[in-house]
Write a protein that binds this ligand. Structure first.
Ligand code: GDP
Ligand code: MG
Length: 744
């Protein structure tokens, strides 16, 4: 045995338990001095063992060996200049990744290292565990579990350190980490040059010197120049060149790339050796297993389609009951107010304007709440992230992003959403261009307010194929959204699509509390809209359809006619009292009884008056004025009024059409639903219905959506979507109408 004294350094991050370990190892045998040239305290202690003298040196606590601080310099100089036989690196195993950063750098220096995985008690307390054997194999150095405060593992640690110091005698195979496709070839070239010139060979291995040159380590470069200026210049030129290249391609410096790869290497090691608490490990494994099915290439989309279909089926089936109750409630409220107030403008304002308008929107609240609850469950469970993941590829080809799926679905991707929260959901898109394209196309989806329009038209003109019509509407909306997005992304919103790692968080059981909060947040926005914006719009539209009133002389013509019919009815009743008695006695059948010719005549006269009133109103005049060009798409003046109302809110289309047609055709029976009345209108046709459906899918988002869009992307884009969408809608509607007329 030649050497009887072995120098063993103790390295580690601050607070990893290094001093505690030093004290338990050396006992009382220690003395304190100063590191040469620096103001950092140097502690060393001598241990005598089996004829060996161990000189233990407690290095200053550091996170790195970059030599920026006095502590780092002292620790690094000890490793490069004092040639210890081995180093014990004390790690806080509870923060393994951070602590391995120093360990990896010591290993790159080719110094023999023993890892002391300290604070293992903390690791176990947190429910974690570390596969020490695997860590040792992965890094190629011994590793020992310790609890310095209790002296646990101390004996084994010392034995490993001594064995290593004796066998390696201060020189170990340096750790080689890959630094990526840009740096690795350069590093290899530098290693060659450094090795041949034996540049700083006493300090560390050639690769380490090369890394230090790449990191622009001032002291290494200075010492390199001193030893061999020509070789150093060659190295510096290589560094300069690769540095410029990295700056251009990755906007990063070599040292930050080196740090990234070092952390990446460590993260890879830690991922393999650290075992997290059983529950969370199980969750991750479960997630992986679920994903093999749920994001399967063929099964995945099928399951996704079924899930969405189920979501909306449940929504509509469950939502029907509370929706009926609410509608009945608002109907009762209207009737009650009607009965309590005298005939007049104020009553009309409250009943026909406020209650009918707000009631129509509030009727959807239960549906919206159920849908949002189920959607939140899908989102909170992590499934929506999978949907985005699966659709990402398809969406990318249209200049969108997988994450765009969410705004589309919320806006009514299947039927029954709302574009306002949909537009707000575009916030999750990081690229402004993809966000814009999503923002403008999401309102094409079939929101809850558009559903009644399509359903009504389907019932009127395609009574046997309602489900098919609704499916086609949905399909058309998606097709339109993707095609328009593609068109916009190739023209007005041109630009690269952002590379983005689709994250797949582990599946998680949603909590009821979380679901309720999410549901309420979204529903409240909708309810508030009904109580504020829709209320105002309803009143305004009521006014536009009521004023100016019919001039007295014109109104008098209708009134006289109605009065004449009423007189006639009185006379008939007086002539046949028996018939009247039977009718009252069996009042339940009364509604079934056909109307007398006189009653029908009275209804007709009232309807004619109402039509004249509507035509004379502001909205009516606008509708009639527009007829000259909207007839290209088959829209009559009543449809125009409804569509004008739809600019404010899509809910208004059906309610306005209802009002317009209630005041409508000569032989319209009072009890007939709107769809029947529209079907009977000879200025309306199948072709016009198809054109109207196309128009409603595409035209300007409602006012509230426009405001939301302006908030997300500015008024310029909000205005763009209004003009562009409406223009596109009209062109498509006209083409549909003219084509359908030829074939129908
Ligand atoms: P140094 O900064 O690396 O020298 O760390 P110290 O030796 O001063 O220890 C920092 C703190 O960690 C002290 O409060 C120690 O008591 C505590 N400590 C050291 N080793 C262990 C251990 O294995 N387990 C636990 N739980 N605490 C430890
Ligand atoms: Mg200390």
């Amino acid at each position: 045995m030649q050497t009887t004294t072995l120098t063993i350094g103790l390295a580690g991050n601050p607070n990893c338990g290094k001093t505690t370990m030093f004290n338990t190892l050396t006992g009382a045998h220690q003395h304190v001095g100063n590191w040469p040239g620096v103001t950092v305290e140097k502690k060393s202690g001598i241990i005598h063992e089996n004829g060996l003298t161990l000189d233990m040196v407690d290095l200053p606590g550091t996170y790195s060996l970059t030599a920026y601080s006095e502590e780092e310099k002292a620790a690094r100089n000890f490793l490069t200049d004092d040639n210890p036989h081995a180093v014990i690196d004390v790690l806080n195993a509870d923060a393994l990744e951070r602590n391995l950063y120093l360990a990896v750098q010591i290993m790159e220096l080719g110094v023999p290292v023993v890892l002391a995985l300290n604070m293992m008690d903390e690791v176990h307390k947190a429910g974690k565990d570390i596969d020490v054997g695997l860590l040792s194999r992965l890094l190629g150095c011994p590793a020992v579990e310790t609890v310095a405060r209790q002296g646990k593992g101390k004996r084994q640690l010392l034995d490993e350190a001594v064995a290593l110091a004796k066998s390696k005698n201060g020189v170990a195979e340096p750790l080689r980490i890959t630094y990526g496709p840009d740096l690795d070839p350069v590093l290899e070239e530098m290693e060659q040059i450094i090795g041949e010139a034996r540049l700083l060979a006493k300090k560390g291995p050639a690769r380490w010197v090369g890394i230090k040159y790449l990191e622009a380590d001032a002291s290494v470069v200075r010492q390199g120049r001193e030893q061999n200026a020509i070789v150093s210049a060659r190295l510096e030129a290589l560094v300069e060149k690769v540095g410029q290249h990295l700056q251009k391609t990755l906007n990063a410096s070599p040292d930050s790339i080196i740090a990234d790869y070092r952390y990446g290497y460590i993260a890879g090691v830690a991922k393999q050796v650290v075992r997290y608490p059983l529950s969370s490990a199980d969750r991750l494994r479960m997630s992986d297993r679920m994903d093999t099915v749920l994001t399967h290439r063929l099964l995945g989309p099928v399951i996704m389609a079924l899930t969405i279909y189920l979501l909306f089926t449940i929504t509509f089936v469950l939502g029907e009951f509370p929706m009926n109750w609410l509608e009945a409630g608002f109907g009762w409220l209207g009737d009650t107010v009607k009965g309590a107030m005298g005939d007049g403008l104020l009553r009309s304002l409250i009943v026909d304007g406020a209650i009918a308008g707000v009631g129509g929107v509030m009727g959807f609240v239960p549906l919206i709440m159920i849908m949002f609850f189920l959607l939140s469950a899908l989102e909170d469970s992590g499934y929506v992230a999978r949907m985005a993941y699966m659709l990402d590829r398809v969406f990318r080809t249209f200049g969108l992003h997988g994450v765009s799926v969410l705004p589309f679905i919320i806006s009514g991707g299947i039927a029954g959403g709302c574009a306002v929260p949909g537009v707000m959901a575009t916030r999750t898109l990081r690229s402004p261009k993809e966000k814009l394209a999503t923002l403008i196309t999401a309102p094409f989806m079939t929101c809850g307010a558009k559903v009644p329009v399509f359903m009504m038209l389907a019932a009127a003109f395609f009574p046997a194929q309602e489900a098919l019509v609704m499916s086609l509407v949905t399909l058309s909306a998606w097709t339109a959204a993707l095609l328009v997005a593609k068109a916009l992304r190739s023209t007005v919103i041109k630009g690269e699509s952002t590379p983005f790692v689709m994250e797949l968080p582990p599946y998680r059981m949603p909590t009821l509390r979380g679901l309720c909060i999410h549901t309420w947040e979204r529903s409240w926005q909708y309810i508030r809209k009904a109580g504020t914006v829709i209320l105002v719009i309803s009143v305004l539209l009521w006014a536009a359809m009521t004023f100016p009133q019919l001039p007295e002389d014109q109104a008098k013509v209708f009134d006289d006619r109605i009065a004449a019919i009423e007189t006639q009815m009185e006379q008939e009743k007086a002539a046949a009292p028996a018939a009247e008695e039977i009718a009252t006695a069996d009042s339940e059948d009364k509604a079934e009884e056909p109307k007398s010719p006189l009653e029908e005549a009275k209804d007709a006269a009232e309807a004619e008056k109402a039509e004249a009133e509507l035509r004379n109103s502001l909205a009516g005049r606008a509708g009639v004025a527009m007829e000259s060009f909207t007839s290209l798409a088959g829209f009559n003046w009543r449809v125009n009024i409804g569509l004008l109302g739809g600019f404010a809110a899509k809910e208004v289309i059906v309610s306005t059409l209802g009002t317009a047609y209630a005041l409508g055709e000569i032989d319209a029976e009072e009890a007939a639903p709107l769809s029947e009345r529209i079907a009977q209108d000879e200025t309306f046709s199948k072709a016009a219905a198809m054109a109207l459906i196309a128009f409603v899918i595409l035209y300007a988002p409602c006012f509230v959506t426009i405001v939301a869009m302006a908030r997300e992307a500015g008024w310029k884009w909000a205005a763009f979507s209004m003009v562009f969408n409406t223009g596109l809608a009209f062109v498509v509607a006209a083409v549909v109408y003219q084509t359908a007329r030829v074939f129908a």
